[in-house]
Design a protein around this ligand. Structure first.
Ligand code: NAD
Length: 290
């Protein structure tokens, strides 16, 4: 499908919204790009950097002439954003998002949009620990996966258009259900982020150990520098799947603790070996595509 977007409105001009805008410009398939956000400084910087052409603080005004709308705000803000854009969204417009949780965002769309069939949920599996328009770059999605989670009501033409858009920014599109997405991402993304926050807090308490931390600590905790606001929202919007994964982690930690207290070297070796084998296989299969 050859893609041309006449007027793209991006709500939330941060790392993800800004990078989609830059990547669509690079692909030459977008006319005007309007940004909507909260901070004037960030939006002015986005204009200066060529990320967007113009901006507005009013969602309803901004989307009145849009043919494509992208929500790139923290996931808990989606309720409020859908409510505002429903007031003036043209019938022809297609809406997508970039949120890290999918069932919660789809529920917001169902609640507020007159025709939720033209909302095609998406989650690009690409990112960094940096935020804001200045962090955006056109290559962010190159050869990275983007998961779409349409349901039985999703309009097929809207789905094809959104798939083309995510392919135009460089990503490889995969399709799955929202429930499967939320369960898988709770395991491989949400749990590691919560664990990284927890490790930094545990080490940071009352100890000068940070002074001696080296590359291993840096690599393990890189994602603890991510936006706290964004991660609060992700945790709350995927609560039950994440709680399950925390329970599984707690069981693993308890098994390690028990083995350690019992000086059971064989049990420790079993745990470490099975984890190393699983990670080595994963890296050999997918490591060059990350
Ligand atoms: P970001 O903090 O860089 O940008 C978010 C922007 O949204 C900010 O400019 C903020 O001011 C704005 N915003 C917040 N609430 C708003 C509202 N109510 N109305 C208008 N603007 C609002 O965050 P990001 O990394 O670009 O993340 C955006 C979305 O993409 C989130 O839903 C996140 O879960 C998802 N995501 C992030 C990553 C990542 O690694 N950063 C990866 C994939 C998906």
């Amino acid at each position: 499908m050859s893609l041309h977007i006449k007027h793209l409105v991006v709500i939330g001009i941060g790392l993800i919204g800004g990078s989609v805008a830059l990547a669509l410009r690079r692909a030459g398939c977008v006319g005007r790009i309007t940004g909507v956000g909260r901070s004037v400084e960030n939006l002015e910087e986005a204009v200066r950097l060529g990320v967007i052409d113009d901006f507005s603080h009013d969602i309803a005004t901004a989307v009145a002439d849009a043919d494509m709308v992208l929500l790139a705000v923290p996931v808990a803000a989606c309720d409020q954003v859908f409510a505002a854009l429903a007031k003036s969204l043209p019938d022809k417009a297609v809406v997508t998002d970039a949120g890290s949780t999918k069932q919660s965002v789809m529920a917001s769309a169902e609640k507020y949009l007159r025709d939720a069939s033209r909302f095609v949920p998406a989650h690009p599996i690409a990112g960094t620990e940096y935020s804001g328009a200045a962090a955006a770059f056109a290559e962010l999605f190159d050869d990275k996966k983007c998961i779409l989670t349409p349901n039985e009501k999703t309009d097929v033409k809207a789905l094809a258009r959104v798939q083309s858009m995510w392919e135009a920014v460089g990503s490889r599109v995969k399709i799955m259900s929202a429930a499967e997405h939320d369960d898988v991402l709770a395991a491989v993304s949400h749990l590691p982020h919560l664990a990284a926050f927890a490790i930094v807090n545990a080490v940071g308490k009352g100890d000068a150990a940070f002074r001696f931390a080296a590359g291993g600590f840096r690599d393990f905790t890189r994602i603890a520098s991510s936006s706290p606001e964004m991660w609060r929202d992700i945790a709350l919007c995927n609560q039950s799947a994440i709680v399950d994964k925390i329970d599984a982690l707690q069981e693993e930690l308890s098994a390690l603790r028990d083995a350690l207290k019992a000086h059971d070297g064989d049990a420790l070796l079993d745990k470490f070996t099975s984890a190393k084998q699983a990670r080595d296989i994963w890296m050999s299969k997918y490591g060059d595509k990350l």
